[in-house]
Design a protein around this ligand. Structure first.
Ligand code: T1G
Length: 692
C-alpha cells in the first residue's frame, strides 16, 4: 500500500518492507522523510510485524539530505526526528543498501539496528565536499562503529568505501547477493528474529573508541599529515573537532548538539555555499543548451592523435585508459619513439605506485599504434591534432587531414587560444571541426574545454561532451574566441600581474597574495613551472617585456634553474635579485614609477580584472553560463573550491560593489578596467551573475 507518493508499505510474513522510490537519487526530501516515518510508525503499530526492512528502488539507497531543500523551511519530521523514530523503534530495523548510501542516507542507516548491502554498494559521508559535516550524528556514530582513524579519513575525504570494506570495518552486518537485496534483507530480518538478536544502537557502542582514547595524539598527527590538503578549508577541521568530541565524557545528546552547532556554523558560511554551488555547477556544465536532448552521439571506436609531444602523448593516454585504441602520428621516427617512450614511462611510473597492474599496462600499450603516415588515420572516428601552436601549421595539418579522414570523422584541434573557425576553413568540412582543449598534463587535468565553432555539427558537439565524461574529464562547452574561457581570463590575470611587478610589487608578493587567497601556487611560480619559453621564439624575440628578456638571458623558469625566481638543485624557489633587476630596468625604460603596492591592491586588481573578463565572455556568448566559467577556473587553474569560482566570488562581493571597484580601478589604472556592459546592466537591474 502507498504511504505517500514516494513510499510504499508491504508485509511479507512478519517482516514489514518500507520502500522509497524518489528519483533521481532518493534524496531525503520532505516527502521521503514523511513517508519513512509513516511506514515505520505503521510497522510498529502492526502486531503481525516483527521486524522492518528499509529499502529503496531506483539507482540507489538514500544519497543524502536533499541539497535542493537547503535554506528552505524545514518540514517535519526533520532528519534527526526521523532518526529518533527509527533508533527508538521497539522492533529491529534493517537498512538494505544498494548504490550509494551517502551523507544523511548513511546516517539514517546508522540508526537502524542492522545494515545489509549488495557488493556493488558504497557508503560514505561526503558532506565535507559541500563544505559541511554530517549533521545527523554521522560524526558521533561512525567512529563508534568503524573506529576513529577510519572515521577521520571518511568524514574529511568525503570518499565512499566499498561494501566489502564497509563489512570488514563493521559498518555493514552482511552482504546480500547482487540483485537479491530485497529477498536477502527479508531473510536477514527473519534470522534476526529467529536468533532473538538485540536492538543494537550504534550510539551505545564504545569499544571502537578505545584505540584513540589510548592515543589522543592521533588527532594532531592527522591534522599535520593533511595540513596541505585542508589549507583554507573550514569543513575538514570542523569534522575533526566533531570526531574528537566522541572521546569527551558527555551524554550522547550533548555530543549531537555540539555536532549540530558546528554544522550550523558551516551551513551559514560562504565556503559551504560556494561548494554547494560547485556541486550543481559541475552537473550543469554537462548540459548542452540549444541542442535537442535526443541528438544522436557518434560511436568513437578509434582515435587518431597527431603529434606525440607532451600534449599529444597525454591526450592519447586518456583514450588508452578507457580501452579506446589510438594511432599516434609524428613526423619523424625519433620524435615518434620519444613520444611512445614517454607514454610507456608514464604508465610504468603509475604501475610502480601500485595504481596500475602489469596486465593493464600491457593492455593499454597494446592499444597504441605509432605511425609516420597521416593516411593511417583514415579509419579513425575522431582525430585530435596536437601540433605546434602556430596557425599556419595547424591549417596545413587540417587541409591534409581533410584529404585523409573518413567522411563523418570528427576533426579536433587541441589549440589553447587560436581561431578554430580559421582552422576549420582550411578544410572542406568545417562542420566536422571542433576544439578539444586539454590542459597539461593532459592525462591528469580534469578540465576539457569543448570549443564549438560557428559550423560545428550538433552531433559532434554532443559526442564530444559525452566523450569528456567517458574519459573522466569535466567537459565545458565554450565558444570560439581568443583563449576561449580559461586562458582568456588567465590573460587578464597575466596583464595585471605583469603590471604590478613593474609598478613595484615583487613576484613573491603577487604570488603570496594569490596563495593566501587559496590558489595552489602563485602566478609567477606557475609561469616558472610551465616554462617561460612556452610560445616564445628566439628568432622573433625583441625584449618587448620582462618575460622575453628573461628568456633571452636563458632564464626559462624552473627547468633552467631560474626565471622569475632562482631555484636550487631541489627546485626550491628563492627570490631572484637578477629577475628583480630585469624588472626594475624594464620599468625604468618604460618610464613606470615604482612604489610600494599594498597586498589588497594586488588582489583587487587581479580578481576584479578576472571577474570583468568573465562578464565580457558571457556578454559575447563565449560561455553560456557564469557557473561554467567557475568550473573552468576551479578544475583547470586551481581557483579554490571554497570560493566557488570567479563569477560566484563576484556575486559574493555583490555586482554593485564589483562595478564600483572597476570604476575606481579604471580611474587609477586605465581603461583595461572599463566595466563590462553586462556588469552595468546587472547592477542597474539589481541582479547578479546567478540570475543569468
Ligand atoms: N540532493 C538533491 N539532488 C541530488 C543529490 C542530493 N543529495 N545528489 C544528487 N542529486 C541530483 C543531481 O543534482 C542530479 O540532478 C541527479 O541527482 C543525478 O546526480 C544531514 C546535510 C549520488 C553519487 O553529497 O554524490 O546529507 O542534474 O549527476 O553521477 O548530514 O549525485 O539530474 O537534475 O551526480 O550518478 C550529502 C551528492 C548531502 C551526495 C550520484 N550527499 N550526490 O552520482 O549522478 S548533505 C551528497 C552525489 C547531507 C546530512 C547532510 C551524486 C551521486 P540532475 P549525478 P551520479
Amino acid at each position: 500500500m502507498k504511504v505517500n507518493d514516494v513510499t510504499t508499505y508491504e508485509v511479507e510474513g512478519r517482516i514489514a518492507v518500507i520502500t522509497v522510490n524518489s528519483p533521481p537519487v532518493n534524496a531525503l526530501s520532505n516527502a521521503v522523510r514523511q513517508g519513512i516515518a509513516g511506514g515505520v510508525e505503521k510497522a510498529i503499530a502492526d502486531d503481525a510485524v516483527g521486524a522492518l526492512v528499509l529499502i529503496c528502488e531506483g539507482r540507489t539507497f538514500f544519497a543524502g539530505a536533499d541539497i535542493t531543500e537547503f535554506g528552505k523551511p524545514q518540514v517535519e519530521p526533520s532528519l534527526r526526528e526521523l532518526q529518533k523514530i527509527v533508533e527508538n523503534a521497539p522492533k529491529p530495523v534493517i537498512a538494505a543498501i544498494h548504490g550509494t548510501a551517502l551523507g544523511g542516507g548513511l546516517e539514517l542507516a546508522l540508526v537502524a539496528h542492522y545494515r545489509i548491502a549488495v557488493p556493488s554498494a558504497k557508503c560514505g559521508l561526503p558532506e565535507v565536499k559541500l563544505g559541511l559535516l554530517p549533521g545527523a550524528g554521522g560524526t558521533q556514530r561512525l567512529p563508534r562503529i568503524v573506529g576513529i582513524p577510519k572515521a577521520l579519513e571518511m568524514v574529511t575525504s568525503g570518499d565512499p568505501v566499498s561494501a566489502k570494506s564497509a563489512l570488514e570495518m563493521g559498518l555493514l552486518d552482511e552482504l546480500a547477493g547482487e540483485g537479491q537485496l530485497r529477498a536477502d534483507a527479508i531473510a536477514f530480518a527473519n534470522r534476526v528474529l529467529d536468533e532473538g538478536r538485540s536492538l543494537v544502537k550504534v550510539r551505545d557502542k564504545t569499544d571502537k573508541l578505545d584505540e584513540a582514547r589510548a592515543r589522543p595524539e592521533i588527532f594532531a598527527e592527522f591534522r599535520k599529515a593533511n595540513a596541505k590538503k585542508f589549507r583554507g578549508f573550514l569543513a575538514p577541521e570542523y569534522n575533526i573537532r566533531c570526531v574528537e568530541a566522541t572521546l569527551v565524557d558527555q551524554p550522547f545528546e550533548d555530543a549531537l548538539a555540539y555536532e549540530r552547532s558546528l554544522f550550523d556554523v558551516l551551513m551559514q558560511d560562504s565556503q559551504s555555499a560556494a561548494q554547494r554551488h560547485v556541486f550543481f555547477a559541475e552537473r550543469q556544465a554537462a548540459k548542452i543548451d540549444g541542442i535537442p536532448a535526443d541528438t544522436p552521439t557518434l560511436p568513437i571506436a578509434k582515435v587518431g592523435v597527431i603529434g606525440a609531444g607532451t600534449m599529444g602523448g597525454g591526450i592519447a593516454m586518456n583514450f588508452l585508459n578507457v580501452g579506446i585504441p589510438v594511432t599516434i602520428v609524428e613526423t619523424s621516427q625519433a620524435a615518434l619513439d620519444r613520444g611512445l617512450g614517454i607514454i610507456r614511462r608514464n604508465y610504468e611510473t603509475t604501475a610502480k605506485k601500485g595504481k596500475l597492474s602489469a596486465g593493464d599496462l600491457k593492455k593499454r600499450m597494446s592499444l597504441l599504434t605509432g605511425s609516420l603516415a597521416l593516411e593511417d588515420l583514415a579509419d579513425a572516428d575522431l582525430i585530435i591534432e596536437a601540433v605546434f601552436e602556430q596557425i599556419d601549421v595547424k591549417k596545413d595539418v587540417f587541409a591534409r587531414l581533410d584529404a585523409v579522414a573518413k567522411p563523418g570523422a570528427i576533426l579536433a584541434t587541441n589549440t589553447s587560444y587560436l581561431d578554430i573557425d580559421a582552422i576549420a576553413a582550411a578544410t572542406g568540412r568545417p562542420e566536422s571541426v571542433i576544439g578539444l582543449h586539454f590542459f597539461s598534463p593532459a592525462n591528469v587535468m580534469k578540465l576539457l574545454e569543448v570549443v564549438r565553432t560557428k559550423d560545428s555539427a550538433p552531433a559532434n558537439i554532443v559526442t564530444a561532451m559525452k566523450l569528456a565524461k567517458t574519459i573522466g574529464k569535466i567537459g565545458v562547452l565554450v565558444g570560439n574566441g581568443f583563449g576561449f574561457v580559461g586562458n582568456r581570463i588567465l590573460a587578464a590575470r597575466n596583464t595585471q600581474a605583469d603590471r604590478l611587478v613593474l609598478e613595484g610589487a615583487s613576484p613573491e608578493a603577487v604570488d603570496a597574495a594569490l596563495y593566501d587567497f587559496g590558489f595552489p601556487m602563485g602566478h609567477f611560480q606557475m609561469r616558472d613551472l610551465v616554462g617561460l619559453d612556452v610560445g616564445w621564439n628566439r628568432e622573433t624575440t625583441r625584449s618587448a617585456n620582462v618575460r622575453e628578456i628573461l628568456n633571452e638571458m636563458g632564464r626559462h623558469g624552473q627547468k633552467s634553474g631560474g626565471g622569475y625566481y632562482d631555484y636550487d638543485e631541489n627546485r626550491n624557489r628563492v627570490p631572484s635579485p637578477v629577475a628583480l633587476q630585469v624588472i626594475e630596468d624594464f620599468a625604468k625604460k618604460e618610464g613606470i614609477a615604482r612604489r610600494e603596492v599594498p597586498a589588497d591592491e594586488i588582489l583587487d586588481r587581479i580578481l576584479f580584472a578576472m571577474v570583468n573578463e568573465g562578464a565580457r565572455i558571457l556578454d559575447e556568448g563565449i560561455a553560456s553560463r557564469p557557473s561554467d566559467i567557475d568550473i573552468v577556473w576551479i578544475t583547470g587553474y586551481g581557483w579554490p573550491r571554497y570560493r566557488g569560482g570567479p563569477m560566484f566570488w563576484g556575486d559574493l562581493q555583490g555586482v554593485p560593489v564589483v562595478l564600483e571597484k572597476l570604476k575606481a580601478l579604471q580611474a587609477a589604472h586605465g581603461d583595461g578596467f572599463a566595466p563590462s556592459p553586462l556588469i552595468e546592466r546587472l547592477a542597474a537591474e539589481g541582479k547578479g551573475f546567478k540570475d543569468l
